[in-house]
Design a protein around this ligand. Structure first.
Ligand code: CDP
Length: 225
Protein backbone atom coordinates (compact mmCIF):
# COMPACT_ATOMS: atom_id res chain seq x y z
CA UNK A 1 0.00 0.00 0.00
CA UNK A 2 1.29 3.44 -0.98
CA UNK A 3 0.88 5.89 1.87
CA UNK A 4 1.99 9.00 -0.03
CA UNK A 5 -1.25 10.99 -0.27
CA UNK A 6 -2.80 11.70 -3.66
CA UNK A 7 -5.57 14.14 -4.46
CA UNK A 8 -7.05 13.11 -7.83
CA UNK A 9 -8.93 15.83 -9.69
CA UNK A 10 -10.74 14.66 -12.83
CA UNK A 11 -13.20 16.37 -15.10
CA UNK A 12 -14.01 17.62 -18.58
CA UNK A 13 -12.14 20.19 -20.63
CA UNK A 14 -12.04 23.79 -19.35
CA UNK A 15 -13.60 22.86 -16.01
CA UNK A 16 -10.77 24.64 -14.20
CA UNK A 17 -9.02 21.45 -13.05
CA UNK A 18 -5.51 22.62 -13.91
CA UNK A 19 -5.79 25.99 -12.21
CA UNK A 20 -7.43 24.57 -9.10
CA UNK A 21 -5.10 21.55 -8.86
CA UNK A 22 -2.02 23.75 -9.13
CA UNK A 23 -3.15 26.10 -6.35
CA UNK A 24 -4.13 23.17 -4.09
CA UNK A 25 -0.69 21.59 -4.70
CA UNK A 26 1.12 24.87 -3.90
CA UNK A 27 -0.93 25.43 -0.75
CA UNK A 28 -0.15 21.95 0.58
CA UNK A 29 3.46 21.92 -0.68
CA UNK A 30 2.61 18.84 -2.80
CA UNK A 31 3.92 17.82 -6.22
CA UNK A 32 1.63 18.46 -9.19
CA UNK A 33 0.94 16.23 -12.18
CA UNK A 34 -0.74 17.77 -15.23
CA UNK A 35 -1.49 14.48 -16.99
CA UNK A 36 -3.18 16.24 -19.93
CA UNK A 37 0.18 17.84 -20.74
CA UNK A 38 1.62 14.36 -21.35
CA UNK A 39 -1.11 13.55 -23.89
CA UNK A 40 -0.61 16.97 -25.47
CA UNK A 41 3.14 16.30 -25.71
CA UNK A 42 2.54 12.96 -27.43
CA UNK A 43 0.20 14.69 -29.91
CA UNK A 44 2.70 17.48 -30.55
CA UNK A 45 5.61 15.07 -30.99
CA UNK A 46 3.50 13.08 -33.47
CA UNK A 47 2.60 16.23 -35.41
CA UNK A 48 6.25 17.22 -35.61
CA UNK A 49 7.14 13.80 -37.06
CA UNK A 50 4.08 13.75 -39.37
CA UNK A 51 2.60 10.70 -37.69
CA UNK A 52 -1.20 10.50 -38.02
CA UNK A 53 -3.20 10.65 -34.75
CA UNK A 54 -4.48 7.07 -35.19
CA UNK A 55 -1.19 5.21 -35.88
CA UNK A 56 -1.29 3.36 -32.57
CA UNK A 57 1.98 1.46 -32.70
CA UNK A 58 4.11 4.49 -33.58
CA UNK A 59 2.24 6.69 -31.09
CA UNK A 60 2.72 4.11 -28.36
CA UNK A 61 6.47 4.23 -29.04
CA UNK A 62 6.47 8.01 -28.91
CA UNK A 63 4.64 7.91 -25.56
CA UNK A 64 7.02 5.30 -24.14
CA UNK A 65 10.14 7.25 -25.09
CA UNK A 66 8.80 10.78 -24.62
CA UNK A 67 11.70 13.07 -23.75
CA UNK A 68 9.62 15.52 -21.72
CA UNK A 69 10.73 17.82 -18.93
CA UNK A 70 8.67 19.96 -16.56
CA UNK A 71 10.83 22.60 -14.88
CA UNK A 72 9.92 25.86 -13.20
CA UNK A 73 6.66 26.21 -15.10
CA UNK A 74 8.29 25.45 -18.47
CA UNK A 75 7.66 22.30 -20.51
CA UNK A 76 10.26 20.98 -22.95
CA UNK A 77 10.25 18.28 -25.56
CA UNK A 78 13.86 17.26 -26.13
CA UNK A 79 15.74 20.56 -26.31
CA UNK A 80 12.73 22.56 -27.48
CA UNK A 81 10.55 24.66 -25.17
CA UNK A 82 6.93 23.88 -25.99
CA UNK A 83 5.03 25.41 -23.04
CA UNK A 84 2.82 27.59 -25.27
CA UNK A 85 2.68 25.28 -28.30
CA UNK A 86 1.03 22.44 -26.38
CA UNK A 87 -1.80 24.74 -25.22
CA UNK A 88 -3.03 25.37 -28.80
CA UNK A 89 -6.63 24.21 -29.38
CA UNK A 90 -5.45 22.05 -32.31
CA UNK A 91 -3.02 20.22 -30.03
CA UNK A 92 -5.79 19.70 -27.45
CA UNK A 93 -8.00 18.14 -30.11
CA UNK A 94 -5.17 15.92 -31.37
CA UNK A 95 -4.39 14.97 -27.74
CA UNK A 96 -7.94 13.74 -27.24
CA UNK A 97 -7.50 11.51 -30.33
CA UNK A 98 -4.19 9.99 -29.25
CA UNK A 99 -5.57 9.61 -25.71
CA UNK A 100 -8.22 7.19 -27.04
CA UNK A 101 -5.49 4.69 -28.01
CA UNK A 102 -4.91 1.97 -25.36
CA UNK A 103 -1.22 1.64 -26.37
CA UNK A 104 -0.61 5.32 -25.63
CA UNK A 105 -2.40 5.19 -22.27
CA UNK A 106 -0.50 2.07 -21.20
CA UNK A 107 2.82 3.64 -22.16
CA UNK A 108 2.12 6.69 -19.97
CA UNK A 109 0.80 4.83 -16.92
CA UNK A 110 4.01 4.23 -14.96
CA UNK A 111 5.39 7.67 -15.83
CA UNK A 112 2.34 9.20 -14.16
CA UNK A 113 2.58 6.96 -11.09
CA UNK A 114 6.23 7.99 -10.65
CA UNK A 115 5.00 11.46 -9.67
CA UNK A 116 3.67 10.06 -6.41
CA UNK A 117 6.40 11.30 -4.14
CA UNK A 118 6.50 12.57 -0.58
CA UNK A 119 4.97 14.73 0.86
CA UNK A 120 2.09 14.20 -1.61
CA UNK A 121 0.68 14.70 -5.08
CA UNK A 122 -2.18 16.55 -6.69
CA UNK A 123 -2.92 15.00 -10.10
CA UNK A 124 -5.37 16.34 -12.66
CA UNK A 125 -6.82 14.66 -15.72
CA UNK A 126 -9.60 12.34 -16.80
CA UNK A 127 -8.68 9.03 -15.15
CA UNK A 128 -6.55 9.99 -12.15
CA UNK A 129 -9.04 8.52 -9.66
CA UNK A 130 -10.31 5.66 -11.81
CA UNK A 131 -7.13 4.19 -13.34
CA UNK A 132 -3.85 5.87 -12.44
CA UNK A 133 -4.36 6.34 -8.68
CA UNK A 134 -7.37 4.18 -7.77
CA UNK A 135 -6.26 4.32 -4.11
CA UNK A 136 -6.09 8.15 -4.02
CA UNK A 137 -6.97 9.53 -0.59
CA UNK A 138 -9.29 12.14 -2.12
CA UNK A 139 -11.05 11.99 -5.50
CA UNK A 140 -12.78 15.03 -6.91
CA UNK A 141 -14.84 15.21 -10.07
CA UNK A 142 -14.78 18.82 -11.17
CA UNK A 143 -17.31 20.02 -13.68
CA UNK A 144 -19.33 22.97 -14.99
CA UNK A 145 -21.92 23.38 -17.74
CA UNK A 146 -20.58 23.29 -21.32
CA UNK A 147 -21.67 26.94 -21.77
CA UNK A 148 -19.76 28.09 -18.68
CA UNK A 149 -16.68 26.18 -19.81
CA UNK A 150 -16.85 27.63 -23.35
CA UNK A 151 -17.12 31.11 -21.86
CA UNK A 152 -14.05 30.51 -19.67
CA UNK A 153 -12.01 29.20 -22.58
CA UNK A 154 -13.11 32.22 -24.65
CA UNK A 155 -11.92 34.65 -21.97
CA UNK A 156 -8.66 32.75 -21.55
CA UNK A 157 -7.92 32.97 -25.30
CA UNK A 158 -8.95 36.63 -25.44
CA UNK A 159 -6.52 37.42 -22.62
CA UNK A 160 -3.76 35.82 -24.66
CA UNK A 161 -4.75 38.02 -27.61
CA UNK A 162 -6.15 35.09 -29.61
CA UNK A 163 -9.46 35.75 -31.40
CA UNK A 164 -12.02 32.98 -31.01
CA UNK A 165 -15.63 32.29 -31.81
CA UNK A 166 -17.65 31.17 -28.83
CA UNK A 167 -20.03 29.02 -30.89
CA UNK A 168 -17.10 27.16 -32.45
CA UNK A 169 -15.46 26.79 -29.02
CA UNK A 170 -18.66 25.34 -27.56
CA UNK A 171 -18.92 22.85 -30.41
CA UNK A 172 -15.24 21.81 -30.08
CA UNK A 173 -15.65 21.36 -26.35
CA UNK A 174 -18.77 19.22 -26.77
CA UNK A 175 -17.00 17.10 -29.43
CA UNK A 176 -14.08 16.60 -27.05
CA UNK A 177 -16.40 15.69 -24.15
CA UNK A 178 -18.17 13.16 -26.37
CA UNK A 179 -14.89 11.56 -27.44
CA UNK A 180 -13.50 11.48 -23.87
CA UNK A 181 -16.73 9.99 -22.50
CA UNK A 182 -17.29 7.35 -25.16
CA UNK A 183 -13.81 5.86 -25.61
CA UNK A 184 -13.37 2.25 -24.59
CA UNK A 185 -10.33 2.79 -22.33
CA UNK A 186 -10.45 5.04 -19.28
CA UNK A 187 -13.53 7.00 -20.37
CA UNK A 188 -14.25 10.27 -18.59
CA UNK A 189 -16.85 9.64 -15.93
CA UNK A 190 -17.34 10.33 -12.26
CA UNK A 191 -16.06 7.45 -10.10
CA UNK A 192 -18.59 6.35 -7.48
CA UNK A 193 -16.08 7.27 -4.77
CA UNK A 194 -15.34 10.78 -6.15
CA UNK A 195 -16.88 13.93 -4.71
CA UNK A 196 -18.66 16.12 -7.23
CA UNK A 197 -17.69 19.77 -7.44
CA UNK A 198 -19.79 21.81 -9.89
CA UNK A 199 -17.98 25.10 -10.44
CA UNK A 200 -20.52 26.69 -12.84
CA UNK A 201 -21.33 29.42 -10.31
CA UNK A 202 -18.16 29.17 -8.22
CA UNK A 203 -14.99 31.26 -8.14
CA UNK A 204 -11.58 29.60 -8.37
CA UNK A 205 -10.87 30.60 -4.76
CA UNK A 206 -14.08 28.93 -3.54
CA UNK A 207 -13.37 25.74 -5.49
CA UNK A 208 -9.84 25.60 -4.03
CA UNK A 209 -11.25 26.18 -0.56
CA UNK A 210 -13.71 23.32 -0.96
CA UNK A 211 -11.02 20.83 -2.11
CA UNK A 212 -8.77 21.86 0.79
CA UNK A 213 -11.64 21.50 3.25
CA UNK A 214 -12.37 18.00 1.98
CA UNK A 215 -8.71 17.04 2.20
CA UNK A 216 -8.25 18.45 5.69
CA UNK A 217 -11.48 16.75 6.72
CA UNK A 218 -9.95 13.43 5.68
CA UNK A 219 -6.86 14.12 7.73
CA UNK A 220 -9.00 14.49 10.82
CA UNK A 221 -10.90 11.33 10.02
CA UNK A 222 -14.00 12.61 8.24
CA UNK A 223 -14.49 9.87 5.64
CA UNK A 224 -17.75 11.03 4.05
CA UNK A 225 -17.87 10.09 0.33
O1 CDP B 1 -7.09 21.62 -20.80
P1 CDP B 1 -8.02 20.54 -21.18
O2 CDP B 1 -8.85 20.02 -20.03
O3 CDP B 1 -8.82 20.83 -22.38
O4 CDP B 1 -7.16 19.33 -21.68
P2 CDP B 1 -6.01 18.53 -20.98
O5 CDP B 1 -6.36 18.19 -19.56
O6 CDP B 1 -4.72 19.21 -21.21
O7 CDP B 1 -6.07 17.15 -21.81
C1 CDP B 1 -5.99 17.11 -23.22
C2 CDP B 1 -6.64 15.82 -23.71
O8 CDP B 1 -5.90 14.70 -23.19
C3 CDP B 1 -8.07 15.60 -23.21
O9 CDP B 1 -9.04 16.03 -24.14
C4 CDP B 1 -8.18 14.10 -23.00
O10 CDP B 1 -8.68 13.47 -24.12
C5 CDP B 1 -6.76 13.65 -22.79
N1 CDP B 1 -6.48 13.25 -21.42
C6 CDP B 1 -6.77 11.95 -21.05
O11 CDP B 1 -7.30 11.19 -21.84
N2 CDP B 1 -6.45 11.50 -19.81
C7 CDP B 1 -5.89 12.31 -18.91
N3 CDP B 1 -5.59 11.84 -17.71
C8 CDP B 1 -5.62 13.65 -19.24
C9 CDP B 1 -5.93 14.10 -20.51
Amino acid sequence: MNLVPVIAIDGPTASGKGTIAEIVAKTLGFHYLDSGALYRLVALAAQKSNIPADYEEKLGNIAATLDARFEAGEISLGTERVTDQIRAEAVGLAASRVAALPGVRAALLQRQRDYRMSPGLVADGRDMGSVVFPDAQLKVFLTATAEARAERRYKQLKQKGITANITVLLQDLQDRDARDESRSVAPLKQSPDARLLDTTAMSIADAVKQVLEWYRGLEIGDARP
